[in-house]
Design a protein around this ligand. Structure first.
Ligand code: BES
Ligand code: ZN
Length: 684
């Protein structure tokens, strides 16, 4: 830790302490999940166990932020003013979610407009949920204002020194609020059940551009003082802010890219189809309701692929690979403008309503714009991963609609079940009811529940009327229940076959048997997905001779394509292919996107030598990692059970490439019971 960082922490600790003395403390709460949901709500599925808020009593209608961004102290400081909707006539308290916030003052607006202090209590910190802030408001004030300051360790913010940016001259900061990190930078009712409009006045150093999930002006003057408004009601996990040396280039009249100057042209070229994607989705599901749709290209430390912050999706730079082969990620984040941002899951346990619908819509966009061969390949990759993932999952987490109390950490809810089983269910419905009918249904669903947060039960009610009863005899309620509440993939699930993956399977099998690689005329035309499938079907380990042969022909080691790297490096590690270690170290230090790097860390920690390398790389990479990525890597290292190794990885099996028994051919369609030789799929 640097000296200045120590100082910053000490300063924050002092502030936090001051805030603590200013308000009463509650004793340490019981573990979060011990808080029992009200009996009725627990069964309705509407209760959100990941928030302390009590929106049935009082709900935030509008939030006005006034914040100063301070890169020196790595803090946001200012006020949050809530306009409140007092729903329960008995209610006299506003309960907010916070995590690691120093609460400096709480005031309520009196009838005459004067602001008066309000009593408040900040509870002890729960590791998962943070600190409940209870504000006594016997007058049921129409507006309440909280003055606060964030911690430099806020779980929802990442601060990057200028040295960690592309331009090396300006620091960078960005938020990641989903699932429950908004509370670490704004005190609020951090549950998707509550939707509100917001505005913000933000100050920053003059050379820094600030953007939010709101009405960013592509022509805004960069002067250190910025105003935002989000007139559509959004849930808290869609609160977003970013600041840095950001410039804008348009893609169309209503969309464009914000990025660091050196990256903007590449991103505009890669994402050139964004307007077509918007138009395609509108043709399917109705108008885009958020005015502009811009993309913000983040530094490589962004822990996710993308985040659907309204009007401004946050995007990892790892999808800029030069051939548009990974732009389904843009289709995905855009699709959330209907599934998720417009119609929102009312709690994380119904996350499939967001991610499953979005993965289905994403696939439809990809099919419409790039053809069925690509959308099929993407479905096969996702479902092969799901089959492997599901094998080690407790049955109760394999249901689309997760029962109350089952999902501990909503960040762990990011499994292939919500995404890929969810999309699979909708594809099943599409097949049974017919595409035209199902498209009409989905469009009606988005219209009907626009700007609302709903549970699985509400979706089922709507589907009962608008699908099951409208088209009798096609799908039964029992089939719905199996998909929604049972583990595994139902027997009648649609099959996806990929012709192009058939070619890839043959090529791999041929090479494993004969050491003859497919002719370049075949592989020269392969896109990322085909390389991914080629590698995913490989045996657990290969010989050094085999790996070198692949490397010589395809230059996998050092590939700039993270989707390929995340499959190649674990194979290299498991096979003891130590030549790749410098490239592995460089990859893990450059990229912070969890999905891309975790498989390699997981492979490394399996042996003592690998674990040592993982620890060494992590120590160097850590200052550049996001708190979410840091937590994941720490967990893998802490839970490692390495076996003794003489070198960096287990000795390669004593087999000769020329006599190796061919692997049984992996069908190009998903395998229901997975494949025991395959590594666990990456965490998203
Ligand atoms: N909304 C998610 C990201 C998310 C979900 C963050 C839950 C935290 C908790 C986003 O839309 C997403 O799904 N991102 C994927 C993209 C992919 C499926 C195309 C990712 O980051 O990998
Ligand atoms: Zn998503």
């Amino acid at each position: 830790m640097t000296f200045s960082r120590t100082l910053r922490l000490a300063a924050f600790a002092a502030l936090a302490l001051a805030a603590v003395v200013a308000c009463k403390r509650e004793p340490t709460p019981p573990p979060s999940t011990a808080t029992p949901p009200p009996a009725a709500a627990a069964t309705s599925g509407d209760y959100d166990e990941h928030s302390y808020a009590e929106p049935d009593k009082v709900a935030i209608d509008d939030l006005a932020l006034a914040l100063a961004i301070d890169f020196d102290t790595r803090t946001l400081a200012g006020t949050a003013t809530y306009t409140l909707d007092w729903r329960d006539p008995e209610a006299m308290e506003l309960v907010l979610d916070t995590r690691d916030l120093a609460i400096e003052r709480v005031e309520g607006e009196a009838e005459g407009g004067a602001w008066q202090p309000l009593q408040h209590t900040l509870a002890a910190r729960d590791a998962l949920l943070g600190s409940k802030l209870t504000i006594a408001a016997p007058e049921r004030n129409a507006r309440i204002r909280v003055s606060y300051r964030t911690s430099p360790e806020a779980s929802g913010l990442q601060w990057l020194d200028a040295a960690m940016t592309q331009g090396k001259a300006t620091p960078f900061m960005f938020s990641q609020s989903q699932a429950i990190h908004a509370r670490s930078w704004v005190p609020l009712q951090d549950t998707p059940r509550v939707r509100y409009t917001y505005s913000a006045e933000v100050t920053a150093p003059a050379e820094v551009m600030v953007l939010m999930s709101a009405d960013n002006d592509p022509a805004a003057a960069r002067d250190g003082s910025y105003s935002f408004r989000m007139p559509q009601k959004i849930p808290s996990y869609l609160m977003a802010i970013a600041a840095g040396d950001l410039v804008f280039k348009p893609i169309s009249a209503r969309s464009g890219v914000w990025a660091e100057p050196a990256a903007v042209d590449g991103a505009v070229a890669e994402f050139a189809d964004t307007e077509k994607m918007i138009a395609t989705t509108e043709a399917l599901y109705g108008p885009y309701r958020w005015e502009r749709y811009d993309l913000l290209l983040l530094p490589p430390s962004f822990p996710f692929g993308g985040m659907e912050n309204p009007r401004l999706s946050f995007i990892t730079p790892t999808v800029v690979v030069g051939d548009k082969s990974l732009v389904s990620l843009i289709a995905h984040e855009l699709a959330h403008s209907w599934s998720g941002n417009l119609v929102t899951n009312s709690s994380a346990k119904d996350g499939w309503l967001n991610e499953g619908f979005t993965s289905y819509v994403e696939n439809r966009i990809v099919e419409a714009l790039y053809g069925k061969e690509l959308s099929d390949m993407e479905y096969v990759i996702a479902r092969n991963a799901l089959a492997t993932e599901i094998k080690d999952m407790p049955p109760e987490l394999q249901a689309l609609a997760v029962r109350p109390g089952v999902m501990k950490d909503p960040d762990e809810g990011l499994s292939g079940v919500s995404y890929d089983k969810g999309a699979w269910f909708l594809q099943f419905l599409e097949e049974r009811f017919g595409r035209a009918e199902f498209d009409v249904f989905l469009r009606g669903y988005f219209d009907h529940f626009a700007f609302q947060s709903i549970s699985t039960a509400t979706f089922v009610d709507y589907a009962r009327t608008h699908l099951l009863e409208k088209y009798p005899g096609k799908v039964t309620m029992a089939e719905f229940d199996t998909w929604l509440y049972e583990p595994g993939i139902p027997a009648g699930a649609p099959k996806v076959l990929s012709r192009r993956f058939g070619v890839v399977d043959t090529a791999r099998l041929g090479w494993l048997g004969s050491a003859q690689l497919p002719p370049p005329v075949i592989t020269d035309a392969w896109v990322t997905q085909e390389w991914v499938h080629f590698l995913e079907g490989m045996p657990e380990t290969l010989t050094t001779v085999q790996l070198s042969q692949l490397d010589t022909s395809y230059a996998f080691t050092g590939t700039p394509n993270g989707e390929i790297a995340m499959r190649w490096y674990p194979l290299a590690v498991r096979s003891g292919y130590v030549q790749a270690n410098p490239a592995i170290a460089a990859f893990l230090q450059k990229i912070g996107r969890r999905k891309l790097i975790m498989p390699t860390y997981e492979a490394l920690v399996a042996t003592e030598g690998g674990l040592a390398l993982a620890k060494d790389v992590f120590a160097r990479a850590r200052p550049g990692y996001h708190p979410i990525t840091t937590a994941s890597v720490e967990k893998v290292i802490a839970e490692a059970k390495p076996v003794a190794s003489s070198g960096m990885a287990p000795a390669p099996p004593a087999i000769d490439a020329t006599v190796v028994a061919p692997e049984p051919e992996r069908p190009a369609m998903p395998v229901a019971d997975g494949d025991p030789t395959r590594p666990a799929p990456a965490k998203r």
